[in-house]
Design a binder for this molecule. Structure first.
Ligand SMILES: [Zn+2]
Length: 546
């Protein structure tokens, strides 16, 4: 067979049997040869295109284990951006300008305010700049909402809601009335009330796709496609049918906390898979929330919060029998369950359920995933490997950022904070660790930074006291696995992606740095030169390849 495309460069394959090569040959969207330049050139005929990347490095396309493409596209193309602000006054100035510029919009949506400014915000501030239509502003973590009085009226955030959800979720003023700050489910549910129409959702998703390609990602996991809009699965499917979706998109479909009908929920997701699966989109299974986040006092901890004796956080999906039923129903349909699990209590409860479901079904290959994994007990670190529970980790979050770390210590104590995000221990225990950005919930969407942080536990340009726990540092090869082969395994896609190997999809990223050998100060400046999907260039940097 002749090659349609031959790619030359410093090829880092992530295939342990042949880790380095000089050339890749591609035909019919698949890799037909990996090896020497001379041998590859023998596969050339008059129609073969040769992409010579010189001394630049070619990697398997990076894979992103947990992010929110629809939401990311919406934030980039459909909302007021509060990330640049540092104070409530900054936010109000940004929002006032956005209100003035978007008079035709029926509601105003903003996002990116810092969660730790929570107690300085209220509805009255927003009423002054936006009195006549609903305004909702999502926090950086995505778990909190700051809304105006019109939004409280329109979306039934009233005393009944306080009675239903409690004051941890619907914050109140000194008179016991909602003050415009919401957390967790009632907060996140509001996003659905201001969703974009299908055409807009498709545009936003394509915008995200281009952003992913520019960062070298060729495959992503959408951790709950209903997060933003009921349209998202249809947006993927329509774009795939139109030949515009090129990013391999794996999706989780939300299941409610402690659902009374786990079996029917899985039946619904099976139907969604039948309706929406296509060449570049596949529904993998269920997405659930076990808890919230440490910084919101909503992570489900085994011990009391240090600053709140008697309080262990918010438990969301916490009914053991229903967890087991959901896991067994998913197993029966070759689906998995992807669980947001941050506190050590949430993680212990879900590993207990996974262990039971596996022993009852005999299926040890479900590849259920626990996502975020901030606090994990040493026993559960071992059980991740034992029960083949996928560890989807925010390696970029493990940094000891001065402000964030002090808050974490104040909430859960020095020892738990220091030992948080135990990625190396999980790998050493036989667990499979994948890196995630959680973009746009977390603003960093960079395989380069994820790689540096995985190995150095800080960015090369950051001071050494940003390192949290150097014992959790990965080798270069391990860190690259968290961005490639381990993610493919997590999706049951190891036969098609994750390494540059014969027969796999021709999905590559070309970077101007060699992650296996270059100095980290150089790697930090790495630029994505090109991204290739199904053998075609889908992104090219302005700068020509050398
Ligand atoms: Zn997420």
């Amino acid at each position: 067979m002749k090659a349609q495309t031959i790619i030359l460069g410093n090829v880092i394959t992530m295939d342990e049997f042949k880790p380095y090569a000089e050339a890749i040959a591609v035909a019919d969207e698949k890799i037909i040869y990996v090896g020497s330049r001379d041998a590859a050139m023998k596969l050339k005929d008059g129609k073969t295109r040769v992409l010579d990347y010189g001394s630049n490095s070619v990697y398997p396309g990076f894979l992103e284990a947990h992010c929110h493409p629809g939401f990311g596209g919406n934030i980039m193309f459909g909302r007021a951006d509060l990330k640049e602000g540092k104070t409530p006054e900054d936010y109000l100035a940004i929002l006032k300008k956005y209100v003035d510029e978007n008079q035709d919009k029926p509601h105003i949506v903003g996002s990116g305010w810092a969660d730790d400014l929570l107690y300085q915000l209220n509805a009255k501030q927003l009423d002054e700049i936006c009195p006549d239509k609903p305004m909702i502003n999502q926090s950086s973590s995505g778990h909190m909402m700051w809304i105006n009085t019109k939004a409280m009226e329109a979306y039934d955030i009233n005393e009944e809601a306080v009675a239903q959800w409690g004051t941890e979720c619907i914050h109140v003023d000194e008179n016991g009335k909602p003050n415009g700050l919401l957390a967790e489910k009632p907060a996140i549910d509001l996003v659905k009330r201001v969703q974009p129409e299908l055409d807009q959702a498709k545009k936003e998703l394509l915008g995200f796709q281009q952003y992913a390609f520019a960062n070298g990602y060729t495959g992503v996991y959408d951790a709950g496609y209903q997060l933003l809009t009921k349209h998202d699965p249809r947006a993927y499917k329509e774009l795939d049918d139109e030949g515009k979706l090129k990013m391999y998109s794996f999706c989780g479909s939300f299941v409610n906390d402690n659902t009374d009908t786990p079996e029917e929920d899985i039946e619904r997701i099976v139907k969604e898979a039948e309706e929406f699966n296509g060449k570049h989109v596949r529904v993998l299974g269920a997405k659930v929330f076990a808890d919230g986040v440490v910084e919101g006092h909503t992570a489900w901890m085994l011990d009391d919060y240090v600053d709140k004796p008697g309080y262990k956080g918010v438990t969301r999906f916490d009914d053991h029998d229903k967890m087991v039923r959901l896991l067994k129903a998913a197993s029966a349909h070759n689906m998995n369950v992807h669980i947001h699990s941050i506190g050590d209590g949430a993680t212990k409860a879900w590993i207990d359920a996974i262990a039971q479901a596996q022993s009852e079904t005999g299926n040890f290959d479900m590849r259920n995933a626990l996502a975020h994994l901030q606090e994990v007990t040493p026993e559960d670190v071992k059980r991740m490997g034992e029960y083949n529970v996928m560890a989807v980790c925010g390696i970029m979050w493990a940094i000891k950022h001065p402000a964030g770390f002090a808050q974490e210590v104040a909430y859960v104590g020095e020892e738990k904070s220091y030992n948080a995000y135990p990625v190396k221990s999980i790998m050493d225990g036989g667990g499979v660790v994948a890196n995630h950005s959680d973009y746009p919930v977390s603003p960093l969407f960079s395989a380069v930074e994820a790689f540096c942080l995985g190995v150095l536990k800080k960015l090369p340009s950051q001071p050494d006291d940003y390192i949290r726990n150097i014992d959790q540092a990965l080798s270069r090869y391990e860190a690259l696995k968290t961005l490639t082969s381990n993610v493919a395994y997590m999706w049951h896609e190891e036969d098609r992606m994750g390494s540059i190997s014969l027969g796999k999809l021709a999905n590559f990223v070309v970077m101007d740095r060699d992650f296996m050998h270059d100095d980290f100060a150089d790697i930090e400046k790495a630029v994505c030169i090109a991204t290739i999907v199904d053998g075609d260039i889908v992104y090219e940097a302005d700068k020509p390849a050398t």
